[in-house]
Design a protein around this ligand. Structure first.
Ligand code: AVJ
Length: 328
């Protein structure tokens, strides 16, 4: 407790910084040790992720963009005139631009992201390119409850959650997220979701452990971020990137393994690490078309359409929210 108080004095309370501190200390004192993947995306991490999307081994972004380009008109049938599109974790607006070009009757676009700078910059560019569109950015962590802008309250809502970011949730968390999103978007709302598919382990392993070592740098940047923002002293050279497909659980796991027994200081605390002990930094769940459809149905949504790329590597699902009214 005393160490926490001291840390709070060292790192005065911006709200975002204090939840980062709390989550990091909880994760590094848990067994097994873990860190949350949402913290990968500081400025350096967001840039490294951009680099990942251009790697020859990292197929998801290319496959999803191919689906969006090929089926934009078909997907846009789910966007009624005058409706509002809400994107969860927008980052760069490259993907939504493909949909907006195919759906000129959309009235509002609400990107939800934790990075305020990114939101403001992308919003300015979108307003320039779509003068008739109301661009209403929401600075929020979409893994927590948040409020949509009142300006779009009367419009029909469509959710957009590309990138297979839903794969970062445990399946039960993904289900809870879908149900909450449905209640927020409202009965009759549609949801367009990108979902990476189960495939040969060698393809998955290569996508998360690339030859150029970019994914390793992306993973290690989480320790660098802790050093920068939480007064940590992680020696990055004494950790190695481990990524592998866990076929029983249908997920890629990423870990940072300590090469030796060592002590690390973070925000005034001492963390002990055994040689070979890992910090689990990410799960990226893979679904089949059937298993994702079942997850959606179990969360109040009806799957109505699904598109895949030519190689069957990646999928985009269209869901409609049809949860029965509760009688409580
Ligand atoms: C952005 C979460 C979908 O799981 O493929 C890429 C993140 N991690 N390489 C993914 C990631 C390592 C990515 N998501």
């Amino acid at each position: 407790m005393a160490a926490q108080t001291q840390a709070a004095l060292h790192y005065p309370p911006t709200e975002a910084n204090s939840s980062f501190l709390r989550d990091v200390l909880a994760g590094l004192t848990a067994r097994p040790k873990r860190l949350l993947p949402k913290y990968f995306y500081d400025e350096a991490g967001a840039q490294l992720f951009e680099d990942i999307t251009r790697l020859p081994e990292y197929y998801p972004t290319r496959c999803e963009l191919a689906i969006l380009h090929q089926h934009a008109a078909d997907i846009a049938r789910f966007f009624p005139a005058g409706s509002a599109l809400i994107e969860f974790g927008s980052g760069s607006s490259k993907k939504v631009r493909i949909l907006l070009a195919a759906a000129p009757a959309i009235a509002a676009y609400m990107p939800v992201d934790i990075s305020f700078e990114m939101l403001v910059q992308e919003a300015d560019e979108l307003r320039r390119d779509h003068p008739g569109l109301a661009v209403l950015p929401v600075e929020a962590d979409f893994t927590q409850p948040f409020v949509l802008p009142a300006a779009a309250a009367a419009m029909a809502h469509i959710g957009f959650f590309p990138g297979s970011t839903i794969g970062n949730f445990e399946p039960h968390e993904a289900s809870a997220f879908l149900r909450h999103a449905g209640r927020m978007l409202g009965r009759g709302a549609s949801f367009i979701i990108g979902v990476d598919l189960v495939k040969d382990a060698s393809i998955l392993n290569a996508a998360y452990d690339d030859a150029a070592g970019v994914t390793a740098r992306f993973n290690l940047n989480l320790l660098a971020r802790i050093n920068r923002e939480l007064d940590g002293d992680f020696d990055l050279a004494s950790f190695s990137h481990h990524a592998f497909y866990n076929s029983e659980r249908h997920r890629i796991e990423m870990h940072l393994a300590s090469k030796r027994r060592q002590q690390v200081r973070v925000a005034g605390r001492t963390i002990e690490m055994r040689a070979g002990e890992t910090i689990h930094t990410e799960n990226s769940y893979k679904y089949t078309l059937e298993s994702f459809g079942a997850l959606a149905r179990g969360s109040g949504w009806s799957p109505v359409c699904v598109w895949t790329d030519a190689g069957g590597n990646f999928s985009i699902h269209a869901l409609v929210f049809e949860e029965k009214e509760s009688r409580e």
